[in-house]
Each structure stands twice: as structure tokens, then as C-alpha cells.
Write a protein that binds this ligand. Structure first.
Ligand code: FE
Ligand code: FE
Ligand code: ZN
Length: 293
């Protein structure tokens, strides 16, 4: 078995600019990364500096990076019960997608939204409306709906809810899914016991060709807890053996994988090397013995 071509990275801060994010990624052994397209807690988008973005694009190309997985702001809720909040989410989404075109061909990961008591049916209807308004068939960015833990009134707590959103969107070729291991575990899918069975279920309900990226996070809580508290890889309820199986699973191992674990930069560097070593070890042990008997 060939070693898996792991496209692996973590969430990085945009504080120093875009090219600097690429340099940070390189320094920790990452070959992809995630970043917020705007202040995660507020609404202001930083103007993308054209030179800075050009510098990042060159760095990504020179170093064989895989696709990036930008993350939409948590403050965007396409299915709020307040017209002003929905309006903000529509404008932020349109603005983010326009700016993503400066980094063409990457992913933009979005929490579908929280229905805040209106019920999942109304939530799904509003999310579909927002996506139909925002998606432009000329765009090069693929929008990924993130699998959610089902905390509060989050929509996207099951593969069925994500499938219903995708079904309603006209330009559905622009949509994919990002599977967050902590979220699906908290949502009741046993990624520790049988990751392949979870992928089978994903394939049956959504279609595996929609799976375009992973968020690799361990969980502080048991399966089905709907809590959404991330833990470092191997330190939580999912555990190291499960991640060792995930990084060599041939159905996902070429997809961009993003760590969103509670870590500083050196912690991320350690996790990246840990996961790369797990993938290498698995490739080594399954290789037929050669040489002297
Ligand atoms: Fe997320
Ligand atoms: Fe996530
Ligand atoms: Zn989370």
C-alpha cells in the first residue's frame, strides 16, 4: 500500500496577512489550512490585499499545497428568526464568495445555521433560499456545508438534514460537505467503532462524492452528546486508534483535513507530525515483507 497523500493542516489566524499564513503553514508541516474570511465574532471583513494574496498563491503553488478550506464567520445565520440577521448573513455570504475568487478553486466551509425554535423544516427552507441567492454558477469556490453536532437548534445535525439542503439548491454542483469528526460523533455517528460504516451511511444519504474535506477533532464528550467541545487528537472520547484508521482510509485520505483542536502553533505542529507518522506506519506495516527471509 502506498503512503496516503495526506493533505493536512490546521486553522490559522489571518492577523499577519495571507502570505504569512502560508509561511506559518509551511513551518508546521501543513499542506493545507483553514482561516476565517472575516472576524469570527464580528462582521467586518478585512480588505484582501491583492499583493498579499498573490504572494500566498505563489507560495501554495511552489510548495504543492492542496485546496484551502476557508471558514465562514460564526455570526452568519441564514435561518435566524430576525430579518436583520438573515439580511446580514446574505450580504456576508455574497461578500465572502466574491473575495474567495481572489484565491480561486478553494473551499468555503459554512455552518448551515440555527433555526432558533422555528423548526428544522423552516430552517432548511431559509438556508436553501440563502444559498440559492448567493451561489453563482461562474464561481470557482465550492461551498461546503459542515456536519454539525446538533447543539441547540443547529441545522445539519444529521446527514439527512444536509441532504435536504443540497436537494433544494439549484446550482448544487457548487456544494459539498465537510465532515467534522467531533461534530458527527457528538451527533451520534460512531466514528470510533466503525468509520467505514459512517462513510457507508454518508454515501447512502448524501453520496460520498459530496464529501470534499474533513475537520479532524477529538471530542470531550460521548457519542450522541450534542455538545461540540473539541479535544486534542487522541486525548478525547474518539481516541488515537480511530484517527489512525481515518488518515489511512482510502475513501478520505486524499481530502483536505483540518485540525480545529485546542492548541497553540507548536501543538498543531505535533499533531500534524503525529498524524503523518500514523499514516506512514500503516503504509509500512501493510507492505509485504521483502529481502532476507
Ligand atoms: Fe466549523
Ligand atoms: Fe469544524
Ligand atoms: Zn465544533
Amino acid at each position: 500500500m502506498m503512503a496516503c497523500p495526506l493533505v493536512l493542516g490546521c486553522h490559522l489566524s489571518t492577523t499577519g496577512g495571507y502570505r504569512a499564513m502560508g509561511e506559518t503553514a509551511l513551518s508546521i508541516g501543513a499542506t493545507t489550512f483553514a482561516f476565517f474570511t472575516r472576524n469570527p465574532r464580528g462582521g467586518n471583513a478585512k480588505a484582501l490585499e491583492a499583493d498579499d494574496v498573490c504572494g500566498l498563491r505563489q507560495l501554495l503553488e511552489d510548495n504543492g499545497f492542496g485546496p484551502l478550506v476557508a471558514h465562514a464567520s460564526y455570526t452568519m445565520n441564514l435561518c435566524s428568526d430576525k430579518a436583520s440577521a438573515i439580511d446580514f448573513a446574505h450580504r456576508a455570504l455574497a461578500d465572502d464568495l466574491a473575495r474567495m475568487e481572489l484565491l480561486p478553486g478553494n473551499f468555503y466551509n459554512l455552518h448551515p445555521g440555527s433555526h432558533v425554535g422555528q423548526g428544522p423544516d423552516e430552517g432548511i427552507r431559509l438556508i436553501v433560499d440563502g444559498l440559492n441567492e448567493a451561489l453563482d454558477k461562474g464561481q470557482s469556490t465550492t461551498v461546503l456545508l459542515e456536519t454539525m453536532a446538533g447543539k441547540g437548534s443547529e441545522v445539519g445535525r444529521s446527514f439527512e438534514e444536509l441532504a435536504r439542503i443540497i436537494d433544494g439548491v439549484r446550482e448544487d454542483q457548487l456544494l459539498g460537505v465537510c465532515l467534522d469528526t467531533c461534530h458527527v460523533w457528538d451527533g451520534g455517528y460512531d466514528v470510533r467503532g466503525d468509520f467505514d460504516a459512517v462513510l457507508d451511511e454518508f454515501d447512502r444519504v448524501i453520496g460520498l462524492d459530496r464529501l470534499r474535506a474533513l475537520h479532524l477533532n477529538d471530542s470531550k464528550n460521548p457519542c450522541g452528546s450534542h455538545k461540540d467541545r473539541h479535544e486534542r487528537i487522541g486525548r478525547g472520547e474518539i481516541g488515537l486508534d480511530a484517527f489512525a484508521a481515518i488518515v489511512v482510509n482510502t475513501r478520505v485520505c486524499g481530502l483536505p483535513m483540518i485540525l480545529e483542536t485546542p492548541n497553540d502553533l507548536s501543538g498543531y505542529a505535533e499533531e500534524i507530525s503525529l498524524l503523518r507518522n500514523l499514516a506512514k506506519d500503516a503504509a509500512g506495516t501493510s507492505r509485504p515483507a521483502r529481502g532476507k527471509a
